[in-house]
Design a protein around this ligand. Sequence first.
Ligand SMILES: C[S@@+](CC[C@H](N)C(=O)[O-])C[C@H]1O[C@@H](n2cnc3c(N)ncnc32)[C@H](O)[C@@H]1O
Ligand code: SF4
Length: 353
Amino acid sequence: MGLLDSALATKGAGASERLKILKRHAQAFLRHATAKRLWNFCKAERNRLQKRTVLDSMPYILKIETTNICNLRCAYCYDDRRAPAPGERPFGRMSADQFRGLLDAVGDYLFKINLYGFGEPFLFPETLEMIRLATDRNIGVGVSSNLNHRDPDLPRRIVASGLEVLIFSCHGVSQETSNRFMRGGNPELALENLRAVIDAKRAAGSQTPFIDWQYCVTGFNEHEIETAKDKAKKLGVDQVRFIKPFFPADAPDEWFSSRFPRQTFSHDAEASPGCSWLYRSAYVNWDGGLIPCCRDPRDLSVDFGNVLETPFRDVWNNAKYQAARALLADPSRNDLRPGIVCGRCPVTRLPRG
Ligand SMILES: C[S@@+](CC[C@H](N)C(=O)[O-])C[C@H]1O[C@@H](n2cnc3c(N)ncnc32)[C@H](O)[C@@H]1O
Ligand code: SF4
């Protein structure tokens, strides 16, 4: 269940909520299926089960960061959004042409693109063009946004882009509470934009985007959960999720809620849900740097290659990918650890014994 939970973001959800999420993903899977995608999907899953190191399949879901620039400074996000140091990824954005090139390379295999990373996608107009490009190829697109924008036409354009899922990040309802987490943000503006997206959806008679309010629960915002539920219902939000955020272990007590108290994890491979990223997915940074997952997107030495400079297929099976898959299959291969980010991941740590 662990791998399914992390793939579908159902961790912590109740049984009926989990069933609803599963149903929605199954429907999206069928909506975007083609013979080529299904065949690739079967090969990718076979490769994963057989723990192969060289794959005859491509990823079937991608996380593509359009930009790592943001208008807010949420606590603990991207190292509190400090300026990049030497050897780290600069701030920047992907162009629509570069995105088109990526689609030419892998679009035929993709059921879904999560078009966001560590920045705010709707800061720049090319994101809407990218959504349209992917949607026209029958790829489902999901975007996560803080919706802190002062552009009256943005809600209509979001709906017109064909976006399938809009994750609305808002971790508090009142200005005071929300701002402790989302520094520089304005929840009133964000909720007004959310209402406008829902209005635009209704006006267009559109089923999409599915609106998924994501609320990271802390000790100082949990008292607003009921108000958030109420607002979500009144606005016509499709789903609201109160999730367990990630904070550093030394974060002050107020960041941990009674729902999700501070935990001391036993990070060993036995307790971990495993990893499917190396077979199913990957994270493309705005500059084309390909990393296996969203762990450590800043350090340029973590990149497995650059898919704006090298054919995607070549990076996907290069020496770093082969070493990472071999280590995942056999965590006792300590010789493979140096130089690959997976060597530092709890998932490849041997069980204590
Ligand atoms: C880094 S944000 C980038 C996209 C966009 N700027 C936004 O905030 O939605 C990506 C996702 O991380 C979530 N997020 C932010 N801080 C988090 C935390 N401490 N733990 C877990 N998720 C977090 C946001 O809610 C969002 O869905
Ligand atoms: S709005 Fe999103 S990207 Fe920006 S600081 Fe907050 S979580 Fe990070």
